[in-house]
Design a protein around this ligand. Sequence first.
Ligand SMILES: O=C(O)CCC(=O)C(=O)O
Length: 236
Amino acid sequence: MKTYTAAQVQAWADQVEERGYAVVEGVLTAEELIFLRGTLDHIYAIYDPEIDGLQRVPGYHFSSNLINKNPFFETMFLRHPVYDIARRVLGEDCILSSLNSFEPLKGQGNQGLHRDGPPRPPEGTIAMNSMWSVDGMDQQNGATRLIPGSQHQADPPPADEQGIIYAEVPPGSVVVTSAHVLHAASANHSGRRRRVIHGYFTRRGRPQQTEQRRFLSAQVQAHLSPQARRVLAIDP
Ligand SMILES: O=C(O)CCC(=O)C(=O)O
């Protein structure tokens, strides 16, 4: 695993605050990408909204509650430098709100621009997404698009999408976004695979999208590390 200096981590955190996003390449190794491609396809195939809390999204492969599905996910969200960036942006005691994965299928995925929550309140950024790209993203397979700087405003999305950029990244990269920046998945024109894992972090004390203590099995909870328990807000 690559290590980064505190100054580099701070520079990414500053990018999230100032322009709404940062890109960290090379977070997942080639071996991990092979493992994740097989594992996610299995997880998509057996997804059960009754067990995992969120409805499947039509036109997408989808799974929520990933930590319950494979031990790999019990530590992935704590990985350097992504968790370190989350702590800089949201505070040392920030928590994981949810760990989901989705993939727009061919011809699908053209989401409208949105914020993952309210416009940024006066106290600052309250949540941050980390999008772990398993296949790489470009404009043909549905890359995330966003309007840099829009986290500083509360305006609705502009109809002409003026100022949009596409987060085109190689496999293994993580795109970190402020929850308050206007962004969306785009249409997967090519049908090429576009699996992404969404690790959504928020400030401690805010509700989790997946209430981890409720949705993680007793078996999984029993062998989580103390650090993972803390970041998943398992204990009151
Ligand atoms: O995967 C992406 O490109 C963004 C997904 C997203 O914004 C959402 O599902 O709300």
